[in-house]
Write a protein that binds this ligand. Structure first.
Ligand code: BTN
Length: 325
C-alpha cells in the first residue's frame, strides 16, 4: 500500500486528495492517512495542504515500499547481525524465490573464508534467497550470473570500471568495491535454496578494510542512492535469470580482470601461484603453475600478485588463447 501511495503521489507530481487516493487504491481515507503518517515517521516529506497530499522528498532508504512490484519480497532491517542468518532461516521456512533481506547495518557481517564484513551506515548489505531450477552441481552458475550482472549494472549506472576478480569480487582499479558470499542447501538432486549475500560500499567508509577497499562515494565524489542501485541490480538479475545460464561463464569472462594475470590462490589447505589461464565450465580457476603443470581450483582467495598495467593486454592474451583452441 505504501509503495502504491508513493507511486501515485510521485506520478501525479502535484497535490492528490485523500479521496482520490482512497478511491484509486480501494481503501478508506483513514487508512491512507495512517500510511502517510507511517511514511513521514520513516523520513518521507509529504505535505498536507487544503487540497490533499503533496510529495516533497524521500529519505535515502531501502524500505520494502521503495521497491514497487516487489515490496512483498523485500524485508528491511535497520540493524541486524547478518542478513545471511535471517535469509537462511526464511529460506528454510519456505519463503518465495527472490526474497531479499536488506539491512542498513550489520553487527557481524560475514565475509568469505570466515572473515568479517564491516557493515557501517551507508553501505548496501543484502541477501537474496534464490530457488533456481538447477541441479546442485550447477549451482555455482547463479553466483557468476550475480557478479556479472552487478559489475555490468555498476558500469552502466556510474561509468566506473567495475570488473570481476575470480570468483565474485567487484574491483575498480584494483580496489574492492563489493564482495559476495553464497550458501546453498540441497535435497538430493534438487537445490532447495541458494542464498547470495552482497556487500557493496556505497556511501560508507570502507577504510577499515584497508586502502584496498573503495566506495562509490569516494570514486564519484558524491553520495548515491542504495535504493536505485538495488532496484537496477534486481531488475537486471531477474531478466538474466529468465534466460538459460549455460553461457554465463563466457559472459562473466568478458568482465573479469583475473584471466591472463599472475595470481596467488589461498585455499584452506594449499597455496598455488601461477598464471590464471581459464575458468572452466565448473567455475574453477585454471592455473598454469611455474613448472608448467595445470591446476584447477574450485574455491579460495585470489590475489593478483603482479599489478595489472594494461587490462586490454590480459584480455587479448585470454582471447588469443581461446581462439587458438
Ligand atoms: C567477501 O568478499 O568476503 C564477501 C562479503 C559478503 C558480505 C555480504 S553483506 C550482506 C551479506 N550478509 C553478510 O553477513 N555477508 C553478506
Amino acid at each position: 500500500m505504501k509503495a502504491s501511495i508513493l507511486q501515485l503521489l510521485q506520478s501525479e507530481n502535484t497535490v492528490v486528495s485523500g479521496e482520490a487516493l482512497s478511491e484509486k487504491l480501494g481503501v478508506s481515507r483513514v487508512s491512507i492517512w495512517k500510511h502517510i503518517q507511517k511514511l513521514r515517521e520513516n523520513g518521507y516529506g509529504i505535505e498536507s495542504t487544503a487540497k490533499g497530499y503533496r510529495f516533497v522528498s524521500r529519505p535515502e532508504s531501502v524500505f520494502p515500499w521503495d521497491f514497487p512490484g516487489r515490496e512483498h519480497l523485500v524485508r528491511h532491517y535497520p540493524d541486524t547481525v547478518s542478513t545471511m542468518d535471517i535469509a537462511r532461516e526464511m529460506a528454510r521456512n519456505g519463503c518465495p524465490d527472490s526474497t531479499v533481506v536488506v539491512a542498513d547495518r550489520q553487527a557481524k557481517g560475514r565475509g568469505r573464508l570466515n572473515r568479517e564484513w564491516h557493515s557501517s551506515d551507508g553501505g548496501l548489505y543484502f541477501t537474496m534467497v534464490l530457488r533456481p531450477e538447477l541441479p546442485p552441481v550447477f549451482s555455482f552458475r547463479i553466483n557468476f550470473a550475480a557478479s556479472h550482472v552487478l559489475a555490468t549494472t555498476l558500469r552502466q549506472m556510474f561509468a566506473v570500471n567495475a570488473r570481476v576478480k575470480w570468483p565474485n569480487d567487484i574491483l575498480v582499479d584494483g580496489r574492492k568495491l563489493s564482495g559476495m558470499l553464497s550458501e546453498m542447501e540441497a535435497e538430493g538432486e534438487r537445490v532447495s535454496f541458494i542464498n547470495i549475500g552482497i556487500g557493496l560500499n556505497v556511501n560508507n567508509d570502507p577504510a577499515v578494510e584497508g586502502s584496498l577497499a573503495v566506495s562509490l562515494q569516494e570514486l564519484l565524489g558524491r553520495k548515491t542512492s542504495r535504493r536505485e542501485i538495488l532496484t537496477r541490480f534486481l531488475d537486471a538479475f531477474d531478466e538474466r535469470r529468465k534466460k538459460p545460464l549455460d553461457s554465463i561463464i563466457d559472459e562473466w569472462k568478458q568482465d573479469t580482470i583475473t584471466l591472463g594475470q599472475r595470481v596467488k590462490i589461498v585455499t584452506v589447505r594449499h597455496e598455488f601461484e601461477g598464471r590464471a589461464v581459464d575458468v572452466d565450465s565448473t567455475g574453477a580457476l585454471v592455473l598454469q603453475l611455474d613448472d608448467g603443470s595445470m591446476e584447477s581450483v574450485i574455491y579460495g582467495d585470489c590475489f593478483h600478485t603482479a599489478p595489472q598495467t594494461d587490462q586490454q593486454e590480459s584480455k587479448s592474451i585470454w582471447n588469443s588463447r581461446t581462439n587458438s583452441t
